[in-house]
Design a protein around this ligand. Structure first.
Ligand code: PRP
Length: 217
């Protein structure tokens, strides 16, 4: 790979984008107009830095692109990094955006003591590894049903009594008759780098990291 190749930054779709934009601007990485058009089907975007392009992908996929070196850099939630624990991802910066928590939730009538008394439970989640580890720490065996979204439907439809999902304002839980029982982890977005790329293209990538570090103030 030569230094004239572009550097690809994988960024997640959705609500983190609005928090990420001021950081990209402060780092002087200004995406082309199509990036701001939610209806555009375009997936790759040029920026004001000729060698830097952005790709807009699902949050779990941003980690996958970086782990396999398809993108050199990414913005990935600490939830995803902990769930997959990719050995080839280096995590130089906490961007302090996308703050939320991964929590256990259940129907409103379920009490924390009910759950604490169990030796086995079933939970619907996008995070089977973190869920199993969380419960295993106190000797509870968690049977996980993997879903990709809409976990909040699982209790009402009898799929599982418990869910483990991201909570920010709590309004999705409330709208579905659920309440938070305990926190698994606090979450924020990290700037991540493919370890191999960090060795082979160190000067360029280190320069980009320092721009983000400065942007954070
Ligand atoms: C997340 C999460 C919850 C919701 C929580 O989903 O999975 O459903 O946000 O936020 P709240 O506590 O503020 O209601 P998101 O909207 O990011 O979309 P996703 O289902 O595609 O992950």
């Amino acid at each position: 790979m030569t230094t004239t190749d572009s550097l690809t930054i994988a960024v997640p779709k959705g609500r983190i984008l609005s928090e990420l934009m001021p950081l990209l601007e402060a780092a002087n990485i200004l995406p082309e107009d199509a990036f701001f058009d939610e209806h555009s089907r375009q997936l790759q975007f040029a920026t004001s830095q000729p060698q830097v392009r952005l790709i807009r992908v699902r949050s779990f996929d941003a980690a996958t692109f970086v782990a396999f070196g398809a993108a050199e850099i990414g913005v990935v939630g600490s939830d995803v990094l902990m769930e997959f624990d990719y050995p080839n991802i280096y995590i130089p910066l906490d961007l302090k955006i996308g703050a939320c928590r991964l929590s256990v939730a259940a129907p409103e009538e379920v009490e924390l003591e009910d759950m604490r008394g169990l030796s086995h439970l079933r939970a619907a989640t996008k995070y089977p590894n973190l869920t199993r580890q969380h419960f295993a720490r106190r000797g509870v065996q968690a049977e996980c049903i993997k879903l990709s979204g809409a976990m909040e439907l699982a209790p009402a439809l009898g799929l599982s009594r418990y869910i483990v999902d991201l909570v920010s304002s709590g309004s999705t839980l409330r709208a579905n008759g659920l309440k938070e029982l305990e926190t698994v982890m606090q979450v924020s977005s990290r700037l991540v780098v493919n370890r191999t790329a960090f060795k082979t293209r160190n000067a360029e990538i280190a320069e980009l990291i320092s721009r983000f570090r400065e942007a954070l103030g």
